[in-house]
Design a protein around this ligand. Structure first.
Ligand code: SAH
Ligand code: SF4
Length: 421
């Protein structure tokens, strides 16, 4: 969501005549978008902002802005952490940055209002991309006990179907082949009688080639959505379904509103209906009260389900959340130990699953060159797995093309292959 917000803001600033530089010393304006989900992200953001402050000391004309979740959370307090700031703009105010730049402010500006903004009016200019995010909703009403998102992004707001389609069409004009529909909880989407499955059907009617979405909450994963995924050809066979924990006691304390049994039933249903489904998840270790046997249940679920990949985190207490009131009683060393054990298990599973694809064909949307070997193109399969393509002549421009790739090799994170002739 932050990548998307930054792109939208960039589009608005381009419209005003700004252009982009990666050299801070050349900039008139430096913007740092921030995340509050875990403390680590916040510590890094403050470090980065203080580092960037030195350009402002050298040239006081430079404007320094912090935007996003952390700006929303800290507000005025941010000015104490980073005195050089000119703007502190929250998760919805950030789109007004260009307007605020026109006003001659003597003092730093802090703006945090959360309207029930339903739509982003400006269609961002996002040229030369073959895959793009499109937000379909903002905010969250779920209040999982560990999570700061509902506090910093406000209540869930859904964009209109027509606005979403307009944005997809605008992206198609710029050459985009794939859209990822994003929201904190996409499958609770509703607009004027349309639910998320209906929205997928509407987006499928456009000329976009592939559709992805994230994140889905297990509680809102309806049979209708599973059916839509199975039948709509453009919708990729990838489901990101955060489990968070394998222990029912912990799931209950997390206020996730499903049990491990419910989750297993959903997985069975999705896998039986959607061929070649790639299933990914989010997991947290060391939640308050997580005993060793709770953690073992997480390992057991991961072992049983065999996710294609997982984002795995140590619990980070977030002020203002319900879980913050419970003692953070799993020692740091224990959290690290559990996280490492979980990562090791998941790595082995991912490797096994990826190696099962050797000899098979993946449909890959090529989105650039491999970072490690610039001679090789890379892209994403429908499963959302990264595929590195070797043996293609460098002078052939494959950017944005969808090609069939025969997988020849695989590790835990990447597939390697050759284009089928
Ligand atoms: N809306 C999405 C994800 C939002 S945040 C969802 O419900 O799944 C992304 C992930 O960060 C979460 O799924 C969770 O695994 C993790 N996360 C959120 N708050 C956290 C915290 N306080 N400590 C550690 N991980 C957290
Ligand atoms: Fe946070 Fe839960 Fe909402 Fe996801 S669904 S953003 S984890 S409160």
């Amino acid at each position: 969501m932050n990548v998307y917000d930054s792109e939208v803001l960039k589009g608005i600033l381009f419209k005003k005549g700004y252009s982009e530089t990666i050299k801070p010393q050349e900039a008139d304006l430096i913007v740092v978008n921030t995340c509050s989900v875990r403390e680590h992200a916040e510590t890094r953001a403050i470090g980065r902002l203080n580092e960037l402050s030195r350009y402002k000391l050298e040239n006081p004309e430079i404007k320094l802005a912090v935007i996003g979740c952390m700006a929303q959370r800290l507000g005025e307090k941010f000015l104490k952490e980073v005195p050089a700031l000119d703007f502190v703009l929250g998760t919805e105010e950030l789109f007004k940055l260009p307007e605020y730049l026109d006003k001659k402010n003597e003092k730093p500006l802090v703006a945090l209002s959360l309207s029930r903004l339903r739509e982003i009016q400006v269609l961002p200019r996002r040229k030369h991309i073959c895959t793009a995010f499109v937000a379909i909703s903002r905010g969250c009403d779920n209040f999982c006990s560990y999570c700061v998102v509902p506090y910093v992004r406000g209540p869930e707001k859904h964009r209109k179907v027509s606005d979403i389609i307009k944005e997809v069409q605008c992206l198609i004009e710029y050459g985009c082949r794939e859209v990822s529909l994003i929201g904190q909880n996409v499958n609770s989407y509703k607009d004027d009688g349309y639910d998320f499955a209906d929205l997928l059907r509407e987006v499928s009617k456009t000329d976009i080639q592939r559709i992805r979405f994230m994140t889905s909450h297990p509680r809102d994963l309806s049979p209708k959505l599973i059916q839509a995924m199975a039948f709509l050809e453009k919708v990729c066979e990838h489901l990101h379904l955060p489990l968070q924990s394998g222990s029912d006691k912990i799931l209950d304390k997390m206020d996730r509103k499903y049990s491990s049994e419910d989750y297993l039933r959903l997985v069975d249903s999705a896998r039986s209906k959607i061929q070649n489904l790639s299933l990914t998840t989010d997991l947290i270790v060391g939640f308050p009260g997580e005993k060793d046997d709770d953690f073992q249940k997480t390992l057991e679920m991961v072992d049983k389900i065999e996710f294609d990949s997982a984002f795995m985190f140590k619990y980070s207490p977030r002020e203002g959340t319900k879980a913050f009131l419970s003692e953070d009683d799993v020692p740091q060393e224990e959290k690290i130990k559990r996280l490492q054990a979980l990562i090791e298990l998941q790595k082995d599973i991912a490797k096994k699953k990826n190696q099962e694809l050797v000899g098979k064909t993946e449909e890959v949307l090529i989105d650039g060159k491999s970072k490690r070997d610039k001679a090789n193109w890379k892209g994403k399969g429908r499963s959302n797995k990264t595929v590195i393509i070797s043996k293609e002549k460098e002078n052939k421009d494959l950017f944005g093309k969808i090609v069939k790739v025969r997988i020849t090799k695989a590790d835990s994170f990447t597939l390697f292959g050759e284009i089928e002739k």
